[in-house]
Design a protein around this ligand. Sequence first.
Ligand code: N7H
Length: 550
Amino acid sequence: MPTTNSPSVKMPTEEVLEINDIQGNSLAGFNKDFQMFLFLKIHDRTNTKAWIHDITPHIATVAEVLMFNNLFRTLRNRRKSDPQGLVATWLNIAFTYEGIQKLVSETDANQFSAGDPFRIGMPARAGLIGDPSDPTSAGHPNQWVVGGTDSNKYPDILLIIASDDPAHLNAEVTRIKSTLAALPQLSDGTRGLEIILEQPGATRPDQPGHEHFGFKDGISQPGVRGRLSKTTNDFLTPRLIDPKVPEAARYAKPGQPLIWPGQFVLGYKTQRDDDPIQPQKPLKLSPVWTKNGSFLVFRRLRQDVPAFWKFMQQTAAKLAQKPGFANMTAELLSAKLVGRWKSGAPLMRTPNADDSDLANDSLANNHFFYDVDTPKLPLVTLPDYPGDNFPQATKSSFGAVCPFAAHIRKVNPRDLQTDVGGASHTLTRLILRRGIPFGAPLSDPLHTTAAELTEERGLLFVSYQTSIENQFEFLSRHWANSDKKPPPSGGHDPIVGQKQGQGSDRTRNFQLLGTDDSTETIETSIDWVIPTGGGYFFAPSIKALKEVLG
Ligand code: N7H
């Protein structure tokens, strides 16, 4: 592998990112506990363009969000607790293809490739990404609360409003509604732009950072390359590995691969599928004003938490009767299906029991490979950090520790060779995840009240990427939904995998390896993650909002 200090390898220069022109939730991440997703429909072009013009100064940029996040982190590190009263409220905007069509010329709109999922839209792609084909099923786009086949529920615009404080969030939502109400009245009495759905999202108050099945989320994110200024080492993603070791050229911190920014924001160099370090040219901009923009995938994924835990209980009890599975519990089984324990600690580093200290160590909790023993990496000097002293991961090539079908192994096989290429290829598939839970948590999923069950809960999944087809859709269709890929075949992704193909049989399977090397195949036709809304959006640059859309 090339090294940073080897004279024969020229380290590529990382581009300066236009952080004042890129919307903040993509590269910086809002990281807020309270969010509101507002879906809007455009009825009048002139009013909507004027409204976009007026709200553009309120759209948060990467520069602003980073500044706040850095201040928050600095204070928290010094005070050893979250700084109280330090609050920011952010707004970002994105458009479906239909929305863009309503705002730009036909020639301009036609420049988005006709075959691209963004232009085709999520409802027409739903079958391909495995959503139920039975039109009466809750997961079919006919039934979705937003973004499905019902044109009245199909949005043109998505606004994401995010705050540290629910009162500030409400105030911003009220302010936005007043800007809509203040638009000039049209002859039919309307204002030309209406909200069709308000979807709140919030961090679980009982378990911050955990999704509704109970697992810590948002741990593993790619480290986006690129600089914030012309200063040599002013990187977007801090580099914490000792520059003297070769891994420093590939990882920002242990377990966080460096990825060229063109994978997430248009206009920048992209990742090569045969080399983890050298970039290739940016994707073609079509239309040109898509520069500094990003494609946003939104999925409203309802989670049937009682069904999930009931299945874990029953299946673990059955497995525990079998030789090789005597130690099986619902906790262990669910961890095997996710690839991490509830705390977020990876199975690969703590195979037999959860370890919250490991989970809370952001320099250790994502540092593991599957196919080789993971080496300890030397870091730059970090005051107060005692070092990663947890046992390092040892290879699990046969899936004894982390099954082949585990969610995190399916959607990011890391160092493993896959059906489409080597580990470098997998880097081209990564996405930036910015989801947040919705709905009230259950206090005990196995003992629920009728009132709790009338409410929905789940994940507002959001990802940013520059190719919906090669990134989000590839992960869903090609790997999560396949019981054979990436090889060796180990079953469907038990969290988000859906049985591929038409028909009513949605039985999924996943394999577990016992301590005696025996294999058990588990089957279920219960969907505990159900798509109930969604959309493919484009989050444009500030410049495009000012000059093209507004
Ligand atoms: Fe997943 N879960 O609670 O089980 N996810 N996910 N996801 N997910 C991850 O590593 C979950 C969904 C990815 O780099 C963790 O940050 C649930 C979709 C990717 O090692 C947990 C839902 C897609 C990763 C969950 C859901 C992905 C990842 C571990 C739906 C895209 C990083 C925390 C309700 C196709 C993998 C962490 C890596 C991690 C869960 C949806 C993708 C706990 C419940 C739709 C790329």
